[in-house]
Design a protein around this ligand. Sequence first.
Ligand SMILES: O=P(O)(O)OC[C@H]1O[C@H](O[C@H]2O[C@H](CO)[C@@H](O)[C@H](O)[C@H]2O)[C@H](O)[C@@H](O)[C@@H]1O
Length: 554
Amino acid sequence: MIASSRSNEKAHGAPESDKSRFGSAAVLRAFIFDMDGVVTNTAVAHFTCWKEVFDGLLRSRSGDDFVGDDFRDDAPGGDNLGAFTRRDYLDHVDGIPRLAGIRAFLESREIDLPEGEEGDRTPATVRGLGFLKNQCFDRWLAQNEVPTFEDTRALIDVLKANGVTVGIFSASRNANRVIESAGLGGFFDAIVSGDDAEEQNLAAKPDPAMLVETARQLGIEPRETAVVEDALAGVEAGSRGRFALTVGINRQEDHADSQRHALRAHGADLVVRDLRRLLTADGSGLRTVGNLPAVWDRQDELVSQIGSRPLAVFLDYDGTLTPIVRNHRKAHISDKMVEAVAQLAEQCPTAIISGRDLDDVRDRVGLDSVFYAGSHGFDIAGPGGLKMRPEGAEKFLRPIAEAEQDLRRAIEGIDGAEVERKTFSIAVHFRNAAEEDVERLESAVDEVVGRHADLRRSRGKKVLQVEPRAEWNKGKAIEWLLANTRLGERDALPLYIGDDITDEDAFAALADDGISIVVKDGGYITTADYALENSADVGRFLVWLSECVEKQAR
Ligand SMILES: O=P(O)(O)OC[C@H]1O[C@H](O[C@H]2O[C@H](CO)[C@@H](O)[C@H](O)[C@H]2O)[C@H](O)[C@@H](O)[C@@H]1O
């Protein structure tokens, strides 16, 4: 076996300073938690009360045919008077102020009700429905102690022990009572509730106003603050407010995969199923690329994890197969690395999953034996003429082309900023721009993206990416490749190596079954299992892996 790599060589041509990397643990001084569904487990109580109220209304309109005890998860399937479902809860009322949620649900069922008056007590008006829902929840609160999520408690304990400030916010006007009932009174450094929102006229999620107010009360800038949210509107608020990191917590049991991709599409930088995934193995600190175990210290563990299963290897390109360099055109892969990938591809199916354009990454690597996914997984190709784009992908080509023109105009005059067009995304690079111009650049990009409902903005290393607002990403591409090509044959064990935030989608896809390795760069929060030092270390590891698989086959 190859000896542990302890080389300090700077493989990264222009290393990021720890502090310049968003999501870097070094810059995080505060965490803000959404209350319902993240800290407190009131979802069942809320859902039950919404169901009681809305089913009462729907029953009164549909008569004898109504099936009220229907707890199905899916949408009502065109039946506007069908029972209130969990999908309705998530799509229309979860995390939304009471009356706004009622209006959204009624609109989804094409039910027109008058707004009504403050003192209304019947389901004949929006306000009356709001009263009944709150009365039900009040009853529940009086009879129950609000449960909390253990993983959130564990994360908060670590944050507090490490001197990180912690705030909580909720659109609920019952927030303070819920926090008290959960035994968390005095636990948070700031609480912003639905009452505060009303008093200060703070717009509801996805507007970041409540989050920004919580950060203000904590006395810490959004750029130094992480947000933890479970609702789609909430992660969107974190992204719109340009918080340092937006973590999506996915507590869905039945629709876990689609919820993970939806949280990402709405702006979560990272999505986890359990917040303890953000902690080191011993649970004492945040899991960062800096404190992950080196692959070389865990060779035996890896060998036993692989066991007799065939491997399916997935590799990122920039920062993984090549060092990061100032000019993206000059990120050339070395002959030695191509040789290492080629040898590995002879032993086990191998894919390169890149944010670059498909043709660009394929030309750079130049191997016919590997699979490729370009534009963060939107454009897949492989041996034997394989070609795949997710259904409906082409509809994004037009908004992307328009945004490209707008972005080129918008960044004129920002020295060092550059637009790189890929088929299904646009990278706006700022590695060579002055630090003081980055905020202006971000605003310009947000402004352009704001004009296109089909597009969203995500982040990477000294780059903003404009991409389809679609539930597709590197992780989804890997899932597709595993299900539809020889990469997934014979119960293959997937292994992924990457270095950037978009690689977290791949790590999430492998969270239950797979090996995730991050290439070190700065000290940002990651969900990977192991680390490699730099791209030279990746090369050594690929050679080691080829040898392992060869031995396994003998
Ligand atoms: O998914 P990847 O293969 O890692 O691609 C991610 C982006 O990589 C490139 O940009 C990054 O690398 C450049 C060259 O080292 C560097 O100058 C830039 O700052 C990095 O963000 C590529 O240009 C992008 O299109 C990819 O999305």
